[in-house]
Design a protein around this ligand. Structure first.
Ligand SMILES: [Zn+2]
Length: 202
């Protein structure tokens, strides 16, 4: 983080130019939390939203306390489980907590991505006022570099990547192309547990 009260000592070129790492280098979750996350994903997929919500929230808080980059998405997962239980204000509060962590870290692109996914999902769940609240929040945050490129008609260049499995082989999370980050041309990183994902996994 640059500080404004003293001159920077030395500016070094980034190790991986063009990679946005607002939380620094990512290490995968430890095996214990990965198992708990896999349980939560199984419960959610099986429609057991109560226990899933509890597990996601517990994992999100633990990840947040350890300043792990997965915390915001785990808060979003906890929010999604709460919405399905009809616990709408609790779900909105969990979403706000996750987005707040990202805003503090300056990860505006990720804020936009999670917030627009959340707004779409709230619409699908018939929660129009909450979807409108999230869209208003989206409209109020500053434009990102990605959005500026989009507006100028110049989409950011994306190298060709292979098709990935549908779920993370470690934590079982559904793999959404807009959520993952590519480590290299063949390897992506799970947005929920940080495990590497390759086309032959799963
Ligand atoms: Zn994973």
């Amino acid at each position: 983080m640059p500080r404004f009260d003293r001159p920077p000592r030395r500016i070094r070129p980034p190790l991986f130019p063009g990679r946005r790492r607002p939380f620094g280098a990512v290490r995968p979750l430890a095996p214990g939390p990965i198992r708990a996350l896999a349980d939560a994903n199984r419960l959610f997929a099986g429609g057991q939203f109560g226990p899933a919500a509890e597990k996601f929230e517990m994992l999100a808080k633990a990840a947040g306390a350890s300043r792990l980059p997965f915390a915001p998405r785990l808060f979003f997962q906890a929010a999604r489980a709460n919405w399905r239980l009809g616990q709408i204000p609790q779900g909105m509060q969990l979403l706000r907590t996750g987005l707040g962590i990202l805003l503090t870290a300056g990860a505006i692109d990720r804020v936009r991505q999670i917030a627009s996914s959340a707004a779409d999902e709230l619409d699908q769940l018939g929660l129009a006022p909450e979807a409108a609240e999230v869209r208003k929040f989206l409209a109020d945050i500053p434009a990102s570099a990605g959005a500026a490129a989009e507006a100028s008609g110049m989409p950011p260049a994306e190298p060709a990547h292979p098709i990935l499995p549908t779920n993370c082989g470690q934590c079982g999370a559904l793999i959404r192309t807009e959520e993952i980050e590519w480590i290299d041309r063949l390897t992506a990183e799970c947005a929920y547990c940080g495990s590497p994902i390759r086309p032959d996994d799963g």
